[in-house]
Design a protein around this ligand. Structure first.
Ligand SMILES: *Cc1c(COP(=O)(O)O)cnc(C)c1O
Length: 413
């Protein structure tokens, strides 16, 4: 008799894992457990729960450990963390945070002790860059930048670094969409005697189109505020990893910082995960049709979009690590800032707002908003120009969006 194990695919697992209706009086959807504290089954099990929470002991397989207090964990975080795992190939567990920045800063604080070096790709998300410059440097960590998309420069920076604990990548970079070779960075990190961890901010293409853990990275990080949630109505962050020990450390830092995602937000995010693959596929198809239709438009200097890359090395990285090009399109308008602002003013369907990944389309001027903390020299060095407008394409009908953008560009042609 064969006892074939039936392993379901991610889109199925996200609907079947993590939630046991018997624990919510048979409800088909989980209850929201807002309790801040949990009643122990016995004083012995309370002592056991503390031993495990504080790392003095490890839970054995299948052991049911009492919950303690919601800053450490709570049922809705546990359901969410179980449910998100199948969406990230290679992950064994996840930790939920109350924003993307909470997830990123908790990883940095956990993995970068005083005196250590951290290598990161530039440009980085503005908040992450600010955290490195303002807080981490003050704690005695040395952050070293390497330009996004330059594998040789990154490998050299890694090889030269002393006491290297973390390599932090963001690919594709925001808003230039320059891609960094994740597998190449992992090889360089593995060759370093300090064995630094590799973390990837996977917000732009994950979890649907890019899988850092499969490429050898140790951590995949998300602003779940963006595609994972998809409705621009909550802030959340998720970290996924292969190593349970590392996740336990991150949950330990989370418990002392107090930045776990609250039960209501976990529940909301829970309802959004089953559609993330559907939404992202639609957004990527929409964005690709729009980007390719606008390519060569007389009012545009350039359309920046992965399917339109002309640099052979960028094409190689794209083909090696991305399944589809994603929902972000960056346009470089002729005429600099004034022209870019005119385009933003004329859009009628697409709203002028920062953020991305929602079902509604948004556009912003990165140089004066999301990246305005960079100096003019830094902006020029990473290629964020005055004429750039970044679009996050939603799930609307793409022809309506294209007409809206073409209308906003029309008088500039
Ligand atoms: C938005 C974003 C973040 C920060 O996430 P929050 O949820 O706003 O804290 C980090 N990285 C990237 C790439 C982002 O787009």
């Amino acid at each position: 008799m064969s006892s074939k194990k039936y392993v379901v695919r991610p889109e199925t697992a996200v609907l079947t894992r993590g939630f046991d209706p018997a624990l919510s009086v048979g409800a088909a959807r989980p209850a929201v457990f807002r309790s801040s504290t949990y009643v122990f089954s016995t004083p012995e099990s309370a002592a056991r729960a503390f031993d495990i929470a504080l790392g003095r002991s490890r839970a054995s397989r299948g052991e049911s450990v009492d919950l303690i207090y919601a800053r450490l964990s709570h049922p809705n975080a546990q359901i969410l963390e179980d449910q998100v795992v199948p969406l990230e190939p290679g992950a064994t567990g996840a930790a939920a945070f109350n924003s993307g920045m909470a997830a990123i800063s908790t990883v940095l604080l956990t993995c970068c002790p005083p005196g250590s070096t951290l290598i990161y790709t530039s440009p980085l998300y503005g908040g992450t860059q600010l955290f490195l410059d303002s807080l981490l440097t003050g704690l005695g960590v040395t952050p070293v930048a390497a330009p996004a998309g330059n594998g040789a420069a990154l490998a050299e920076a890694i090889a030269r670094a002393k006491n290297l604990k973390l390599v932090f990548l963001e690919s594709p970079a925001n808003p230039t969409l320059r891609m960094t070779d994740i597998a190449g960075a992992v090889r360089a990190a593995r060759a370093h005697p300090d064995r630094p961890l590799v973390a990837v901010d996977n917000t732009f293409l994950g979890p649907t189109f890019q899988h850092p853990l499969e490429l050898g990275a140790d951590l995949s990080l998300y602003s779940a505020t963006k595609y994972l949630n998809g409705f621009s109505d909550l802030l959340a962050g998720i970290v996924l990893a292969r190593d349970e020990e590392l996740l336990t450390q991150l949950r330990g830092t989370r418990a002392v910082l107090g930045n776990i995602l609250q039960p209501d937000e976990c529940w909301l995010l829970n309802t959004r995960l089953p559609t993330v693959v559907l939404r992202m596929n639609r957004q990527s198809k929409n964005a690709q049709r729009i980007a390719e239709s606008l390519h060569g438009h007389p009012a545009l200097e350039r359309v920046i979009y992965p399917s339109l890359f002309d640099d052979p090395e960028q094409q190689r990285i794209r083909d090696a690590q991305c399944d589809h090009p994603g929902g972000v399109v960056t346009l470089e308008v002729k005429g600099g800032r004034a022209a870019a602002f005119d385009v933003l003013r004329r859009l009628t369907i697409v709203h002028n707002a920062v953020s991305l990944g929602g079902v509604e389309s948004l556009a912003c001027h990165p140089r004066t908003t999301t990246h305005s903390e960079l100096s003019p020299e830094q902006l020029d060095a990473v290629g964020i120009t005055e004429g750039m407008v970044r679009f996050s394409i939603g799930v609307e009908n793409w022809r309506d969006l294209l007409a809206d953008i073409q209308g906003a560009l029309a008088s500039r042609a």
